[in-house]
Design a binder for this molecule. Structure first.
Ligand SMILES: *Cc1c(COP(=O)(O)O)cnc(C)c1O
Length: 224
């Protein structure tokens, strides 16, 4: 494991120029984030609301903060003033709340729809039907201050590269179908958030536009 700066450089060499790198700094101290910041990095991802808001308060204002975790509706208000992108939207209720808080803050909040692509049982993530139910609803059509800019998914945690690749292909197909059926001609719908430390090269091969990488940059996380 190199320094944070070296790790970032190495990963960026592996990424095509158009692929954005979200440096996942969850559980990591501000000093680590500042090392990446001083190396020129500006996009960071967090998955806990309280941790994100305190880091936002303490760190430079030109950081672009992404929320990558499961977001509870009652906590949207804390991040709505500043968050750049919410990666894991998987219900109309959440979208409605994000819209309400975005209106209060007089801004438009960008979101990704999270699809469930892994084999693992999870409460989180949409299937095609649920995504369509959201996008065809009158409530969704009335939301003025949220903008869906793409999709996000997490592959099964496995060494089976074919399986991971298949799951990323499925997510790409969901993206293509949404694009042609609901977001045709909307240039802002362009993000495919897939790929983490152990599978980001497979995600690059499947056309990711945004990888979310934590431990390969900052080292293993210690959870208390
Ligand atoms: C933690 C996390 C990541 C980063 O995981 P690494 O394996 O450390 O790269 C990416 N996406 C989500 C949604 C996460 O929660």
């Amino acid at each position: 494991m190199g320094t944070i700066t070296e790790n970032l450089q190495k990963i960026k060499q592996n990424l095509p120029g158009h692929v954005k790198l979200v440096a996942v700094s969850k559980t990591k101290p501000n000093e680590d984030i500042m090392e990446a910041y001083n190396a020129g990095h500006r996009i960071f991802g967090e998955n806990k609301v309280q941790e994100l808001t305190s880091k936002y308060e303490e760190l430079p204002r030109d950081i672009e903060w992404h929320f990558i975790g499961h977001l509870q509706s009652n906590k949207v208000k804390y991040i709505a003033p500043f968050v750049s992108l919410i990666h894991a939207v998987d219900s109309l209720k959440l979208l409605k709340t994000i819209n309400k808080e975005a209106v209060k803050n007089e801004r438009v909040v960008d979101c990704l729809l999270q699809f469930h692509i892994a084999e693992e049982e999870s409460k989180f993530g949409l299937d095609w039907k649920k995504a369509e139910d959201i996008l065809t609803s009158d409530v969704y059509k009335s939301l003025s201050n949220v903008r869906i800019v793409g999709v996000m998914g997490m592959a099964t945690f496995t060494d089976d590269k074919l399986k991971i690749t298949d799951e990323f292909k499925r997510l790409h197909r969901f993206y293509d179908s949404l694009k042609s059926e609901y977001f045709e001609g909307e240039g802002s719908f362009k993000e495919l958030s897939m790929g983490m430390s152990n599978d980001y090269l497979l995600a690059v091969a499947q056309g990711t536009t945004m990888v979310r990488i934590g431990s390969t940059i900052f080292g293993e996380r210690n959870y208390q």
